[in-house]
Design a protein around this ligand. Structure first.
Ligand code: IPE
Ligand code: IPE
Ligand code: MG
Length: 255
């Protein structure tokens, strides 16, 4: 059935895929249902895509599940999302372990209700020895929040004499972000037809290939992921160089 899976070059997979899981609300409304109904179905997609990434041997998958700005949504939606988060983690942690998946969280954990924080910490602890896919959940996360925090932490270190201004380079900055130690995403996918970043991984996406699809998140499945990866593999990543220079490097690499 999976024709597109055969078209993926297993030798040039992205190490890190990041996804803005968008469109749950619209998916539900189109079915005459409440927005939360869409979020519940979105969990099915999370399961399917996590499994798909683990099967392919992707090293890092970051899922944007809740932004700093999403706290301003109607109270019942926020509460429903928090409950869904906790119940999903409780249900899935065993499967994560079985599949050697290690859970990570990025974002402002202090904003989360205590019961959610506790559940998350437990899952982080239970999966911390796993060496397969790194599943990074962005929760109460926003890129600007992260950068402001990094600036404060760096300033503090300088003030305390533990870091000199001259030493600060791009690697220093990366070390003060929540994604310390993770490679930058090479591929960023956003579902549901919106062409924006919405405060996601602003620093880390500098050279990511962006892929947009109209498919709503609750309908997004492995097959859609494969299509995104195939599209990614067809692109020429130049990093500021010329196409000729890239061709030259590729040729010499093949010799
Ligand atoms: C994404 O779906 C999930 C979250 C932001 C939590 P939305 O809830 O944004 O769905 P739309 O964009 O309103 O359809
Ligand atoms: C981005 O989606 C955040 C998540 C998917 C968690 P939003 O639906 O909140 O983004 P905007 O409001 O359309 O930019
Ligand atoms: Mg949305």
């Amino acid at each position: 059935m999976s024709h597109s899976l055969d078209k993926i070059d297993k030798g040039s997979l992205p190490r890190h895929i990041a996804i803005i899981m968008d469109g749950n609300g619209r998916w539900a409304k189109e079915k005459g249902e409440d927005r939360l109904y869409g979020h519940y179905h979105g969990v099915e997609s999370v399961r399917n895509i996590v499994e798909g990434c683990a099967e392919l041997g992707i090293e890092y998958l970051t899922l944007y599940a809740f932004s700093t700005e999403n706290w301003d949504r109607p109270e019942n939606e926020v509460a429903g999302l928090m409950e869904l988060l906790v119940s999903t983690i409780r249900k899935e942690v065993e499967t994560l372990n079985k599949n050697k998946i290690r859970l990570h969280v990025i974002g402002d954990m202090n904003m989360l209700p205590d019961y959610a924080k506790n559940e998350l910490n437990e899952a982080l602890e239970i999966t911390k020895g796993n060496t397969g896919l790194n599943l990074i959940m962005a929760l109460s996360y926003s890129g600007r929040w992260e950068i402001v925090n990094a600036v404060k932490d760096i300033a503090r270190q300088v003030k305390e004499g533990r870091l000199s201004i001259e030493e600060i380079d791009q690697a220093t900055v990366a070390d003060f972000l929540c994604t310390k130690g993770y490679p930058d995403p090479e591929l960023m996918i956003r579902t549901s037809g919106e062409f924006r970043i919405s405060n996601f991984l602003l620093y880390q996406l500098a050279y990511a290939e962006l892929y947009f699809t109209n498919v709503r998140w609750p309908d997004f499945r492995k097959e859609n992921l494969y299509e995104a990866i195939i599209d990614f593999q067809g692109r020429e990543r130049r990093f500021g160089k010329t196409g000729e220079q890239i061709a030259e490097t590729n040729n010499s690499a093949q010799l």
